[in-house]
Write a protein that binds this ligand. Structure first.
Ligand code: HEC
Ligand code: HEC
Ligand code: HEC
Ligand code: HEC
Ligand code: HEC
Length: 181
């Protein structure tokens, strides 16, 4: 019986290249460059992110990456995010994408970077964050359009609309309740 002759150098070489390429792809697919350049439906999100307060135009070498807001923390979140991303890519390739696509970020991720317990005022405004969160308000109730606000122009500016529902922003006696004039 003829013995099978394995071409070990070839097999090992192939495995190294294959595994290397797979890891390389996975890492590359995680970069903003890949997501922004391959996923057509992501263009608008990449472009707005780029010039937003969290993007490279403002934070230079340390921008907040897409997955830091959109994926859950840890390896499980990373894999889940990747699978969801791959699913998006298949839809992209087969042109079965329906915009808008679901991508609400996780508030827990915001809070990992921003300690809102201590956030009662900014340089210009008074805004006790914790008590407003306790009323059931979400970050995005007020910070709508924070990252992907206006196409090409970065974030959308907050307006009285975010407060008007509960505060009388037209009452001249109330202005300094929020504004540090
Ligand atoms: C600082 C956090 C943050 C970063 C970083 C970020 N996003 Fe978002 N993203 C948001 C928020 C908040 C929303 C919800 C919509 C809104 O309020 O603008 C959102 C929404 C989205 C949506 C879905 C919109 C919808 O209607 O469901 C997509 C897709 C998306 N982002 C892609 C990206 C991509 C791609 C990047 C990186 C180039 C990115 N995001 C970076 C916070 C972020
Ligand atoms: C990986 C860390 C990180 C994550 C996640 C993150 N941010 Fe930020 N955020 C920053 C940094 C860094 C800045 C710029 C410096 C600063 O103001 O602290 C910033 C700035 C801001 C500002 C001030 C923007 C301005 O124009 O002055 C707001 C508001 C904000 N983030 C809200 C959010 C919300 C809401 C989320 C979740 C959707 C979020 N951030 C997620 C790091 C993060
Ligand atoms: C009730 C509305 C409201 C909610 C809800 C809210 N914010 Fe804010 N936030 C504001 C206002 C108003 C400012 C001040 C804007 C300014 O100074 O121009 C602000 C400022 C900030 C800043 C900038 C702080 C600085 O020193 O410049 C960060 C970061 C921030 N918010 C994060 C968050 C996060 C994270 C959440 C959700 C957990 C959240 N906010 C929920 C209204 C809100
Ligand atoms: C869902 C309703 C709601 C929204 C939306 C809301 N607030 Fe409030 N806010 C309240 C309530 C209720 C209180 C506590 C009672 C009060 O002082 O009016 C409060 C209190 C405050 C206080 C403390 C007032 C004091 O006398 O100490 C500030 C400052 C404030 N809000 C700012 C804002 C700003 C800025 C926005 C918009 C970015 C906003 N709020 C949006 C309900 C809301
Ligand atoms: C409940 C809180 C609240 C009250 C009351 C309020 N404002 Fe504001 N105002 C805000 C917030 C929040 C913004 C948006 C801040 C930002 O751009 O980040 C804003 C924005 C503005 C702006 C746009 C320019 C800017 O500063 O960005 C003007 C002008 C202004 N307010 C004037 C007034 C006047 C005048 C009154 C009283 C008649 C008043 N506000 C009452 C919260 C308030």
């Amino acid at each position: 019986m003829a013995k099978i002759k394995w071409n070990w150098p070839f097999i090992i070489g192939f495995l190294i290249v294959f595994v290397g390429a797979s890891i390389g792809f996975l890492v590359y697919a995680g970069t903003n460059h890949f997501c922004g350049s391959v996923c057509h439906s992501m263009f608008v999100y990449r472009d707005t992110w780029e010039v937003s307060s969290h993007g490279p135009k403002v934070l230079k070498d340390e921008p907040v990456a897409c997955e830091e807001c959109h994926y859950d923390r840890g390896i499980k979140g990373y894999i889940a995010g990747k699978i969801s991303g791959m699913r998006s890519m298949i839809k992209e390739i087969t042109a079965t994408y329906h915009t808008p696509i679901k991508g609400e970020p996780k508030e827990a991720r915001c809070k990992e970077c921003h300690d809102i317990k201590k956030l009662n005022e900014t340089e210009t405004h008074r805004i006790p964050h914790e008590s407003h969160e306790a009323m059931g308000l979400k970050c995005m109730s007020c910070h709508a359009g924070l990252v992907h606000g206006r196409e090409g122009e970065g974030e959308a500016k907050m307006t009285h609309d975010a407060c008007q529902q509960c505060h009388d922003t037209a009452n001249a006696d109330e202005c300094t309740k929020c504004h540090k004039w």
